[in-house]
Design a protein around this ligand. Structure first.
Ligand SMILES: Nc1ncnc2c1ncn2[C@@H]1O[C@H](COP(=O)(O)OP(=O)(O)OP(=O)(O)O)[C@@H](O)[C@H]1O
Ligand SMILES: O=P(O)(O)OC[C@H]1O[C@H](OP(=O)(O)OP(=O)(O)O)[C@H](O)[C@@H]1O
Ligand SMILES: O=C(O)c1cccnc1
Length: 493
């Protein structure tokens, strides 16, 4: 889909430094050395307590057509360095031209609730190929997970109300709009106003009309009547162009006319003013006139906090139209997902584990061929344990809080669990049955239902426990100590 949107393969959708490193691996004879990278984020967005994984479908689309085209190679071949000479030798371009995608990818399915430090994707394969994928995979997963999470927060507030995504006009460009519409639907929105997203992704499309429609007539009533005359099966009237409650009265008049023709007034939309007060008054007017089933849509810079406040004020809004604050993830415009090397195979065929040190504990990466085990009890999910698949887990396993080793928990084999990462590509071949977008949306709903309310609240959410299995914790600690000792020794020389 993503390739279709641009009408070209997107192998150049990467940072130049991925290509220069790829070239370096090739020149140094390391191109085919097997490596493992993990894609994860360090902190939930929106000061929340959960994140929704999203974007895997686009990753699959992207990789299914991963190929350096002739024009791509010509462009790469034209790039020059500081001396004005070509950056890349022709032999490297030939290598890229004949390169077949050979990586294996395990991933957490879209729509799963995920937590900091958990690998959303694990990529294993020739280091040159893994490296090239860092940027596009992060681009696809970070943004969509961010928007799906924002949408899921709004769904939690809206409960059973309808949620309409109206964001395209405020989106970060065409692709920002289209992919955000998809992520918003997965996160729990019911429909989008974005017609292209509706067509590409099978998302229901819905909408009302704008103020310009009303303003183009001599009177509001005439504009409503004309709209209803031509589209009697899709009438939601925007009532706030001049005076919202007078607008509701005009809508009711049109509602009576529609009934005479065998149709119903679908809804009215409020787009300014005090949405609590106006929706309560509008509901009274509609109910008194016998339009109990006519819905009230509200829009105007809504986000989950305003929606929550409106609900607490007793607003009678049944349908929420949300644009800017959702589509741009206004209060946090990026998820900080990263892609880190975790292991590399040595010439003896064994894994050498790799770790990035940092002064900040949160930025120290975790080595290992990682998997996430999610334990549950009768009430729901209780904790996640990241482990190294190379270390057998037999009987009791102990999980350690990576930031406080004195905190640990034990699990027994008998405790129910699921391992979250599933095989998606095996040596370049797609082996995953993609769920439909509707199934993915359902997954978000059922996943969230299994988490404690505290994890889902907006203010100071409960930190869901995620730890490292003891042998992985030990591996990480030993590596940190070794790297620190090495660098100290190097400093003294
Ligand atoms: N009862 C309410 N409680 C909390 N927030 C509200 C309430 N009613 C509206 N809002 C929100 O307040 C913000 C600004 O609304 P406000 O009424 O100040 O301006 P406005 O209606 O946008 O004015 P206009 O569109 O005519 O310029 C919007 O984000 C809106 O969703
Ligand atoms: O408010 P949002 O959540 O972004 O939802 C989309 C907004 O787009 C439309 O407004 P329009 O483009 O006419 O702008 P305006 O309402 O700010 O004047 C619509 O009436 C909504 O208010
Ligand atoms: O259909 C609507 O009401 C709509 C669509 C886009 C933006 N604002 C409103």
């Amino acid at each position: 889909m993503i390739n279709k949107l641009y009408g070209t393969s997107l192998s150049l959708l990467t940072d130049l430094y991925q290509l220069t490193m790829a070239y370096g691996y090739w020149k140094a004879g390391k191109a085919e050395q097997e490596a493992v990278f993990n894609l994860y984020f360090r902190k939930h967005p929106f000061q929340g307590g959960f994140t929704i994984a999203c974007g895997l479908n686009s990753v699959i689309d992207y990789l299914n057509e991963y190929k350096f085209q002739k024009e791509d190679l010509e462009y790469i071949g034209s790039l020059t360095g500081s001396d004005g000479k070509k950056l890349f030798e022709p032999g490297f371009l030939t290598y890229l031209e004949s390169m077949e995608f050979q990586c294996s990818i395990d991933a957490i399915p879209e729509g799963t609730v995920v937590f900091p430090n958990e690998p959303l994707l694990r990529v294993q394969g020739p280091i040159l190929q893994c490296q090239l994928l860092e940027t596009p995979l992060l681009n696809l997963i970070n943004f969509q997970s961010l928007i799906a999470t924002k949408a899921a927060r709004m769904r939690l507030v809206a409960k059973n109300d309808a949620l309409l995504e109206f964001g395209l006009r405020r989106a970060q460009g065409p692709d920002g709009g289209v992919t955000a519409s998809r992520a918003a639907y997965i996160g729990g929105f019911d429909a989008t106003s974005n017609v292209l997203a509706g067509k590409l992704y099978d998302i229901p499309v819905k909408g009302t009309h704008a103020h310009s429609w009303v303003m183009s007539f001599d009177s509001e009533l005439e504009s409503f009547e004309t709209y209803a005359e031509h589209m009697p099966n899709n009438v939601t009237l925007l009532v706030d162009t001049y005076d919202s409650l007078q607008g509701v009265r005009n809508a009711i008049k049109v509602g009576h006319q529609l009934r005479e023709r065998g149709y119903e007034l679908g809804g009215i939309r409020l787009d300014s003013g005090d949405l609590a007060y106006l929706s309560i008054e509008a509901r009274k007017l509609l109910d008194e006139a016998g339009f109990e089933k006519t819905g009230i849509v509200a829009s105007n810079d809504l986000d989950e906090h305003i929606m929550d406040s409106l609900k607490r004020q007793g607003a009678r809004i049944g349908i929420w139209g949300v644009g800017t604050k959702l589509i741009t993830a206004y209060d946090q415009p990026a998820l900080g997902g990263v892609f880190k090397l975790a292991a590399i195979k040595n010439p003896n065929g064994e894994w050498d584990y790799k770790l990035k040190l940092s002064e900040q504990a949160i930025k120290v990466s975790t080595p290992g061929i990682q998997q996430v085990r999610r334990f549950r009890d009768s009430k729901g999910f209780v904790s996640d344990m990241i482990f190294n698949t190379e270390t057998a887990l037999i009987g009791k396993s102990t999980m350690i809080d990576p930031y406080d080793f004195t905190r640990n928990r034990s699990f027994f084999e008998t405790m129910p669990y699921e391992d979250l990462l599933v095989p998606v590509f095996a040596k370049g071949q797609l082996i995953y049955n993609l769920p439909s977008i509707h199934e993915t949306r359902e997954r978000v709903k059922s996943q969230l239902a299994h988490f404690h309310e505290g994890t889902k609240r907006f203010v100071n959410p409960h930190t869901y426990p995620v730890g490292l299995e003891k042998s992985l914790f030990d591996l990480k600690t030993d590596l940190i100590l070794k790297l620190r000792a090495d660098s100290e020794a190097a400093n003294q020389n």
